[in-house]
Design a protein around this ligand. Structure first.
Ligand SMILES: Nc1nc2c(ncn2[C@@H]2O[C@H](COP(=O)(O)OP(=O)(O)OP(=O)(O)O)[C@@H](O)[C@H]2O)c(=O)[nH]1
Ligand SMILES: [Mg+2]
Length: 278
């Protein structure tokens, strides 16, 4: 029965042949006591990731491998997975073991108890750390998240975590927008500004185990990607100001907002859209 799935884990992959089989195993072990499914969202990796994932998932009825059609992209792949998911909650993580699958039950627990609306792994709460060996990446993540905290909402500490679990219904409502990691800034920022409770669970980030980084590895790529992050922060800052100008303080709970609505720009189209609060 599809209905009894509690957690869907979306694994976005591009050239993760060295990681995907053991990742599927570790996700399965971490959620052994939870009704779950695993969706591998592969953007036609030339290294054969999809075939390896199918092989690894052969003994697991609830591993689905999707070989996506273009357009490819991290954010598109994750949201495609959210839309296909059948679980009450949906989680996703990087498939290079920089995100420990063993954290999944800790992300699930507060959602089950309804103590949080969004749970995410965090390097910047007490007990967390960014132990990646690439100093520029560590610095860039910290700088971006500090800017985001300053301009969007101070209650979120790790805006670019990329390891998130939330109710599928909420994710469908909020959507995921952008090309790469900026979707996470937008998701957590929008959730916080709308009054959803974002709970951060500490984890220690490590460098990828196998394979190559898809993140910018040269200065031009770094600037281009960084620019998108800054634009996202600026856009949410403007949203916050618009909401404040309408007399609704950021962080007001969704229920408090009642019938009021707020303008949140739709990043996919560049236009603003009016979304009523529920
Ligand atoms: N489906 C899909 N997945 C992608 C794409 N680009 C990256 N990914 C996946 O997104 C996750 C994050 O990519 P990474 O290369 O680890 O990027 P990063 O974490 O910023 O950088 P490193 O950890 O230093 O390698 C991994 O699971 C990748 O396989 C893409 O275009 N499509
Ligand atoms: Mg990574």
């Amino acid at each position: 029965m599809a209905d009894d799935i509690e957690v869907s884990v979306v694994l976005p992959t591009f050239n993760e042949a060295g990681n995907i089989a053991s990742l599927i195993e570790r996700v399965g072990a971490a959620l052994a006591d939870v009704a779950h499914e695993i969706l591998v969202m592969d953007d036609r990796s030339p290294d054969g990731t999809a075939a390896l994932a199918r092989e690894a998932g052969a003994g697991h009825p609830r591993v689905r491998v999707v070989e996506r059609q273009p357009p490819a992209g991290l954010t598109l792949s994750i949201f495609d997975g959210v839309q296909r998911a059948r679980g009450t909650f949906v989680a996703w993580m990087d498939c290079d073991f920089s995100h420990p699958p063993e954290l999944l039950p800790e992300l699930l627990a507060p959602l089950r108890r309804a103590d949080a609306d969004v749970a995410c792994a965090s390097r910047y709460v007490h007990g967390g750390a960014d132990n990646r060996s690439e100093a520029p990446a560590v610095f860039a993540s910290l700088a971006i998240t500090k800017l985001a905290r300053w301009f969007i909402d101070r209650r979120v500490l790790d805006y670019t975590t990329g390891y998130v679990m939330a109710p599928r219904a909420l994710l469908l409502e909020l959507g995921l927008h952008g090309d790469y990691g900026e979707y996470c800034i937008e998701l957590l920022g929008t959730a916080a500004l709308r009054g959803y409770r974002v709970l951060e669970v500490p984890y220690v980030s490590i460098s990828r185990v196998e394979g190559e980084s898809k993140t910018a590895t040269n200065v031009v790529g770094f600037v281009r990607r960084g620019w998108r992050y800054l634009v996202t922060i600026g856009r949410l800052w403007l949203s916050r100001r618009q909401v404040a100008a309408r007399g609704v303080s950021p962080g007001t709970t969704t229920r408090d907002l009642g019938e009021q609505s707020a303008v949140f720009p739709d990043p996919s189209s560049g236009r603003s859209e009016e979304r009523a609060k529920t």
